[in-house]
Design a protein around this ligand. Structure first.
Ligand code: MD3
Ligand code: FE
Length: 208
């Protein structure tokens, strides 16, 4: 299928072929071996159904103190580096000179979902977010700059890339459901979504 746009969200169906998906899955297993997936807790003390981990200079965490980017995994260990294959994917699709400094890995087991939200914890909201879907198909809902209003939904499949930039960067969005077992990439089913982002302000990124 050709790339298409919904409300400024650029979707590239089948950006990665089956063997590239298998390679990336191997990279992500190595990330999760060093930085294990965990269920973040919301500021209100509710456990999120999605499990997460990160790679890069910082990683996204959420707990009773709120959500933010942190330089270490909750275990105290450094986050592993962003795998080279993912950095190449960013260069191919993100359309920005700045490299990503964080890569959030979301794992959706059976029944996991993600409520409608905005992504605004990054310092420079002019920088895009790049999403890669792997495994089971998911119903992705795209809303508006304000909460509520009409929404549009699209199924994301394994190997699809989405680029969230420009006017789409601050749209509300969420994952309503995952069609468990719809892909055979993961032997036990489930879905992985990888998002690469520029989280830190330019000065912090340049300090290496
Ligand atoms: C639209 N993840 O990690 S990725 C998230 O599939 C997140 O796991 C979903 O929302 C997932 O924050 C959706 C697609 C996505 C990511 C960031 C966006 C869509 C976006 C930022 C702005 C607008
Ligand atoms: Fe999001």
């Amino acid at each position: 299928m050709e790339p298409f746009d919904i409300r400024g969200v650029r979707i590239v169906p089948g950006a990665l072929d089956a063997s590239a998906q298998v390679d990336l899955l191997g990279d992500l297993r190595a990330v999760a071996a060093r930085a294990p997936l965990f269920h973040p807790e919301t500021a209100r003390g509710r456990r999120m159904s999605v499990r997460m981990t990160s790679a890069g200079r910082v990683g996204w965490v959420s707990d009773r103190r709120g959500y933010r980017y942190e330089p270490r995994h909750p275990s105290g260990a450094d986050w592993p580096p962003i795998p080279d294959r993912l950095l190449s994917l960013w260069r191919a699709h993100a359309g920005t000179a700045a490299p990503p400094d964080t890569c959030l890995v979301n794992f959706y087991g059976e029944g996991a979902r993600m409520g409608m939200h905005q992504d605004r914890d990054e310092a420079d909201l002019d920088q895009p977010v790049l999403s890669l879907s792997l495994g089971d198909a998911a119903l992705f809902r795209i809303g508006n700059l304000e909460r509520g209003g009409r929404t549009e939904s699209v199924w994301l499949h394994s190997g699809d890339v989405a680029v969230l930039g420009g006017k789409a960067r601050l749209l509300h969005h969420g994952i309503d459901r995952v069609r468990h077992g719809s892909s055979r990439l993961l032997p036990d089913g489930g879905r992985i979504n990888v998002t690469m982002r520029v989280a830190l302000p330019p000065a912090a990124g340049a300090r290496g």
